[in-house]
Design a protein around this ligand. Structure first.
Ligand SMILES: [Zn+2]
Length: 104
């Protein structure tokens, strides 16, 4: 199950939202239905793509594992970003998402 990170446009809080499927998240985004902010309740939230989330997906970690090893993942993300161009990561991510969506 994909976890996306969101930033609240109202109070600036960031939070993770777990989706059942990539498709569910994409459909909610297309319909303008972003998850509400847990801090202030506003629905004016925007998805942000963090390297931590990307690496968590690449590594196949479960949400629990990802949270537990958050600090570790951040350190890994910093190492990875030192030799992987951002564009390459985004390209890889886009290809992966396409594959996933056509596969289901
Ligand atoms: Zn908020």
């Amino acid at each position: 199950m994909p976890i996306y990170e969101y930033a609240c446009q109202s109070c600036g809080a960031t939070f993770d939202q777990l989706w059942l499927t990539v498709r569910a998240a994409a459909e909610a985004a297309a319909a303008g239905k972003q998850p509400p902010c847990p801090a202030c309740g506003e629905v004016d939230t925007q998805r942000i793509v963090s390297q931590v989330a990307v690496l968590g997906e690449l590594g196949g970690l479960t949400p629990g594992e990802q949270r537990a090893s958050n600090a570790q993942e951040t350190a890994r993300a910093e190492r990875m970003s030192s030799f992987l161009p951002k564009e390459q990561v985004q390209q890889f991510q886009a290809n992966r998402q396409k594959k996933r969506e056509s596969g289901k």
